[in-house]
Design a binder for this molecule. Structure first.
Ligand code: PLP
Length: 374
């Protein structure tokens, strides 16, 4: 198998698994329990929280372990709404469903939402966020980089605008946590998922600078400093800290490796396969993603032919009731419907090799020719 879907999930790092193993086997105490087994879990969680805080540049009591980016985004958006009871929200139109669906839930409760579109290069302009601000704006969400195109968003600038207006700013860092430092000084809250940087699935963190800005989403016991009830996932938390530390320490080396593979692949596709276009500005992207449109091909047909050869990629298009609907992200960037439907996302990771890139290129060229000749 050749895996080029690292934006969807990554392979668990073996060193990370080794660090998690004790908490999946003999160290099974509940971190809330008042005995040695409980203390062993609680101590591991404290160490993990301290580690993440020092890597992010925040206080340990600003780190909340959650199930991942979806929960982090839901908690921030709905938690701010719950405290204000009414008001206006601003979201980029390219947010992940965890934010856009949360916003539509809030619309049903009477909150007003403005979606701000990106430019054709995939980036949302800070000035358009500023223009959308109203007297009653309480919340703004713009992701650090988009999951379909990889385009990095100007979150520092947007964070500054939000701060000046006293608007809570959440930035979804799920796609950037592996590649860029968290923008801890410009956002009120940030979220990430461990499985995007070789950690475990179902684990991640919400970094929340001021807890009193957000009403908790999950009530229960005193876990997570009383902010999120439920028995904590000790192994997942230990794995999150271990994976995040490894990602931060090796960031430059890994980024250079992944970017080398991605750029080589993009270059070959754009020069050697006619009728291809990269969606988004490559100079504004995280190193891992290449979203490419192929004239005259359905993205899902390319995916299918590559899958037959053991190659894993993804399309932004969603398939519902047998009909393929094009990616909203690409449409709001100005792509035509057929161009958007013909797109495939290739996302590279630290385990990929140059040889794999060449094999995927050959299989892709063959697949595109086959589809076009049919
Ligand atoms: N935000 C972005 C940008 C994502 O790409 C994803 C998942 O792919 C999520 C949020 C949700 O992450 P999870 O499914 O780990 O909760």
């Amino acid at each position: 198998m050749i895996y080029l879907d690292n934006a969807a999930s990554t392979k668990l790092d073996e060193e990370v698994l080794t660090k998690m193993m004790p908490y999946l086997t003999e160290q099974y105490g509940n971190a809330q329990s008042q005995h040695a087994a409980g203390r062993a879990s609680a101590n591991a969680i404290t160490a993990a929280r301290d580690k993440i805080a020092s890597l992010v540049g925040c206080r340990p009591d600003e780190v909340f372990f959650v199930s991942g980016g979806t929960e982090a985004g839901n908690t921030a958006l709905k938690g701010v709404c719950a405290l204000h009871k009414k008001g206006h929200l601003i979201l980029s139109s390219i947010e992940h469903a965890s934010l856009s669906e949360s916003a539509s839930d809030m619309q049903k409760l009477g909150f007003d939402v403005t979606f701000v579109q990106p430019e054709s290069d995939g980036a949302v302009l800070a000035e358009n966020i500023a223009k959308a601000m109203r007297e009653d704006t309480i919340f703004c969400a713009v992701m650090a980089a988009n999951n379909e195109t990889g385009v990095i968003q100007p979150v520092e600038e947007i964070g500054k605008i939000c701060r000046e207006k006293g608007v809570f700013f959440y930035t979804d860092c799920v796609q950037t946590a592996a590649y860029l430092p968290l923008p801890a000084n410009c956002a009120d809250a940030m979220g990430f998922s461990s499985h995007k940087f070789y950690g475990p699935k179902g684990a991640g963190a919400l970094i929340l600078r001021k807890r009193s800005d957000v009403l908790r989403l999950i009530s229960g016991g005193m876990q997570e400093m009383g902010f999120r009830g439920g028995t904590v996932n000790t192994a997942g938390i230990v794995g999150t800290a271990a994976a995040y530390e490894k990602a931060c320490v090796n960031r430059d080396k890994v980024n250079a490796h992944i970017k080398g593979l991605r750029d080589k692949f993009v270059n070959r596709v754009l020069t050697e396969i006619e009728g291809t276009r990269l969606n988004g500005d490559i100079n504004k992207m995280i190193p891992s993603i290449a979203n490419i449109s192929f004239d005259g091909c359905g993205g899902e047909n390319i995916l299918f032919l590559l899958d037959l050869k053991g190659i894993c990629v993804s399309t932004g298009a969603a398939c519902a009731a047998g009909a393929v609907s094009p990616s909203d992200t690409l449409i709001t960037m100005g792509c035509g419907i057929s161009e958007a439907k013909s797109s495939v996302r290739f996302s590279f990771g630290k385990h990929n090799t140059e040889e794999e890139v060449d094999l995927v290129f050959d299989a892709l060229k063959f697949a595109v020719e086959k589809i076009r000749n049919n």
